[in-house]
Design a protein around this ligand. Structure first.
Ligand SMILES: *[C@@H]1O[C@H](CO)[C@@H](O)[C@H](O)[C@H]1NC(C)=O
Ligand SMILES: *[C@@H]1O[C@H](CO)[C@@H](O)[C@H](O)[C@H]1NC(C)=O
Ligand SMILES: *[C@@H]1O[C@H](CO)[C@@H](O)[C@H](O)[C@H]1NC(C)=O
Ligand SMILES: *[C@@H]1O[C@H](CO)[C@@H](O)[C@H](O)[C@H]1NC(C)=O
Length: 351
């Protein structure tokens, strides 16, 4: 139905990377509308990329609005991100929506969620009488939005974030209607897999959504483009089941990096960005810039970039030679063309 949408929120360029991967996973699994709410912190170039993946990119600026959201924020500045998330209730062009945090990825079609009523969500791993606000079904309504803002101003949030506020507002969730409890397969978080291994074994094959809970997000890891695996230390809980992190990075490198690259280049023809595009393309396989003449220049720029980094540059190879190797698919994954170097460039560019 045209009046159904999946909605997410990106408050900065890091989270926008998450939103892009989520959006891409949704694109593959549903034909419903995709909406991303962004704050003014999200850069112009990132907005253009979001526009390629999402049907609607809407800027929500609590500070600019003359309405009650602004007033609520004046009284409780700590609720900035929470009040921004509440904006999802103002999308009244849709009758029903599924909100998903930018650190989630869908693994299968989850359109059956739209058969559920507001507010449906999965129990929080840490506190099962509360729902987790990472994925929830809701009905946009200005009235509900205003009531939520009122509650935020009057009481704040018991956990300082949107989860506390939404749990106070939809306080009958735990007891009233069991249909509003999403089953475990919507509740699979890569952290909780670790502590709930039996549950994972039972439901893992049916997993529909992965939620990367915790402070360290998929985009905080280093990915080896050659082996297609995420690097990290063995004590890292999230890496106990690395398949979901690898999936995240697989989507990111194959579908998102080419878009980021393309749009960076279109906006800014600075040589550094061309260098970036050449390198990223060679890893991400499918970008039209690989075929362009800039590659020679890109190679020489990248040698400079590599020389600035701590490890000594590899034995010098002329730009021509490197370009040839490149075109033959012989990328110096461990040296100047290593994913880490590329990622550094990309991060610097995204800042
Ligand atoms: C980006 O936004 C998220 C969520 O609002 C926040 O936790 C994170 O610290 C922000 N990161 C940066 C670099 O501002
Ligand atoms: C759903 O999305 C996941 C993650 O992007 C992907 O692996 C899977 O193939 C998609 N399913 C379909 C039917 O395309
Ligand atoms: C949701 O996951 C947590 C652990 O991650 C578990 O305690 C809880 O029972 C799950 N909820 C459902 C409905 O399966
Ligand atoms: C994750 O990366 C972002 C930048 O992309 C950074 O702002 C944030 O502090 C990092 N978080 C952790 C826990 O390393």
């Amino acid at each position: 139905m045209a009046d159904h949408a999946y909605v997410t929120l990106a408050t900065n360029d890091s989270y926008a990377k998450g939103a892009l991967v989520l959006g891409s996973s949704l694109q593959k699994n549903t034909s419903k509308k995709l909406v991303v709410l962004i704050t003014p912190q999200v850069s112009e170039s990132m907005r253009r990329v979001l526009d390629k993946v999402y049907d609607v990119v809407r800027v929500v600026d609590v500070l600019d609005s003359e309405d009650s959201a602004h007033l609520a924020l004046m009284e409780r500045p700590e609720l900035g991100v929470t009040l921004t998330k509440l904006h999802c209730w103002t999308l009244t062009e849709y009758t029903k929506c599924v909100f998903m945090d930018a650190d989630t990825v869908v693994l299968q079609n989850i359109d059956d969620l739209f058969e559920r009523e507001e507010l449906s969500a999965a129990p929080d791993p840490g506190w099962p009488d509360c729902f987790n606000s990472g994925v929830f079904v809701y009905r946009p309504s200005i009235e509900t939005h205003n009531q939520l803002l009122q509650l935020a101003t009057d009481q704040g949030s018991f956990d300082g974030g949107d989860q506390g506020l939404l749990n106070s507002f939809f306080s009958t969730w735990a007891t009233k209607d069991i249909h509003k409890h999403l089953p475990f397969i919507y509740n699979l978080s890569s952290i909780s897999i670790y502590s709930y291994l039996p549950a994972f074994k039972a439901f893992g094959a049916d997993a529909k959504v992965v939620h990367f809970l915790g402070k360290v997000k998929p985009w905080n890891y280093t990915y080896d483009g050659k082996t297609r695996t995420v690097k990290g230390d063995a004590h890292d809980q999230i890496l106990t089941h690395p398949e979901f992190l690898n999936l995240w990075w697989d989507i990111y490198t194959s579908r998102i990096l080419p878009l980021l690259t393309e749009h960076g280049v279109v906006k800014d023809v600075a040589t550094g960005l061309k260098a970036l595009s050449g390198l990223v393309c060679s890893l991400a396989y499918s970008c039209r810039f690989c075929k362009e003449e800039e590659v020679t220049e890109a190679v020489s720029q990248m040698s400079i970039g590599a020389a600035e980094a701590a490890p000594p540059p590899p034995p010098s190879v002329s730009s021509e030679e490197r370009r040839e190797r490149w075109e033959q698919g012989q990328v110096d994954y461990m040296g100047a063309d290593s994913y880490e170097n590329i990622k550094k460039k990309l991060d610097a560019y995204l800042q």
